[in-house]
Structure formats: C-alpha cells, structure tokens
Design a protein around this ligand. Structure first.
Ligand code: G4P
Ligand code: NA
Ligand code: NA
Length: 191
C-alpha cells in the first residue's frame, strides 16, 4: 500500500535489533486518515471472504481493526492482555510468547463475543514472529469459527511470522512488507 509505505519512509525509524519505530502514526500517536485508508484496504482485500467479525489485540490493533470492521459493517472484538475483573464469564485464552520482550503473556477474549460458525478476520499492526496473530487464529478456531484471513499493517518479512502463517494455510495480506532494516535503512519487499 503506497500511502503506508510513504509514511513509513517519511516517519519510520529503523532501530538496532530489527525494530521499526512508527509511534508517530501507529503505535502511540494515531493518524486517523491513514488508519481509515488501511481499514478500507483490509476490507477490499477480504470482503469476498464474507467476514462476520474482526478480531485484534489491544492496544495498537484497535485503531486499524475498527476501521476495517466499520468498512465491512461488522463488529470488532479486541483480545485483552490482562484479565479484567469484569471478566466473570467464560473466556478463550492463549499464551503468546514475545520474542521482542522475552516474556510470555496471555491474550483473552470473552466467549460470548466470539460465537461459533463465523468467518473471522484477524487484524494486527505488526507481524514479527507471528505469535500474536497465530494466538488470535487459535482462539478463533477454538471458538468453532473459521479464520477467514489475517491482515497485517506492517510485516517484517525477514522474521518467521510470515512463513509460519503461510505454512498453516491462512490467507495473509500485509499492507507493507519490510525486507530489511539493516544499517538504519528501511527496504521494502519488491512487488
Ligand atoms: P509477534 O507477535 O509477531 O511474535 O511479535 P513480537 O512478540 O516479537 O512483538 C511484540 C510486540 O511488539 C507486539 O506489540 C508487536 O506488534 C510489536 N512489534 C514487533 N516488532 C515490531 C517492530 O519492529 N516495531 C514495532 N513498532 N512494534 C513491533 P504489542 O506489545 O502487542 O504492543 P501494542 O499492540 O500494545 O502496541
Ligand atoms: Na504493537
Ligand atoms: Na499488536
């Protein structure tokens, strides 16, 4: 997606350790126009799959997830990373290991917000090793629904998440694919 790639080149910072800092529009401050454009692109890419619901994980997935859900005319559900005291009802939970933070955490969704028999679109802001996206996909399947696709804003194609998702047979779409962050330079995958 041209608009996103331009924004990444203009405002993204390639940090040591293969981390792309994009908190001026995605991870801290949010660009609403760009988020809407990304939501529209996700909707265009996945509309034919007959999406019933969008699932993401807090926090940074919510802005783009809600735009995609609005365009598709379906609800957005976001997995929580901390069990709220209000969650006195049955939940789906999945352990997610963060290679970035070197720690395991849980993503949790109330079962009532993931009814069985649906086509669910999984959305997230970043794809690195794929732990978050695959954790969300596992929850969808545990709920008795189908993973209709996995939509990612920015994937780091040189990390393992991309291949892990393809190997599981999911329909993966990334709006921007990064080939390298070496030497502070952001290089996109050739199309
Ligand atoms: P994985 O889910 O693909 O395995 O990723 P990983 O555990 O490595 O990433 C943990 C967190 O860091 C996730 O956000 C993920 O989106 C984010 N992340 C991974 N690589 C990058 C990167 O190069 N740049 C940025 N900006 N983020 C990256 P999170 O902890 O869930 O945070 P948030 O959603 O609350 O913002
Ligand atoms: Na993030
Ligand atoms: Na995220």
């Amino acid at each position: 997606m041209e608009l996103l790639e331009r924004k990444i080149q203009e405002e993204g910072i390639a940090l040591p350790g293969n981390v792309l800092k994009v908190d001026s529009f995605l991870n801290h401050q949010i660009d609403p126009e760009l988020s809407l454009a990304m939501g529209r692109e996700f909707a265009r890419l996945f509309r034919d799959a007959g999406i019933d619901r969008v699932l993401t994980v807090e926090a940074s997935g919510i802005a783009i997830g809600v735009m995609a859900a609005m365009e598709l005319g379906v609800p957005l559900v976001f997995a929580r990373k901390k069990k709220s005291v209000l969650m006195h009802e049955p939940v789906y939970a999945h352990e997610v290991y963060s290679f970035t933070k070197k720690e395991t955490s849980e993503i949790i969704v109330l079962q009532k917000y993931l009814p069985a028999g649906e086509n669910v679109l999984v959305i997230d802001d970043f794809l690195a090793n794929g732990e978050a996206a695959l954790g969300l996909a596992s929850i969808v399947e545990e709920a008795g629904s189908k993973v209709a696709g996995i939509g990612i804003a920015i994937e780091k194609a040189f990390q393992r998440g991309h291949q892990r998702i393809i190997d599981k047979g999911y329909h993966l779409e990334a709006l921007a694919s990064i080939a390298s962050l070496d030497d502070g330079k952001i290089t996109f995958v050739e199309k």
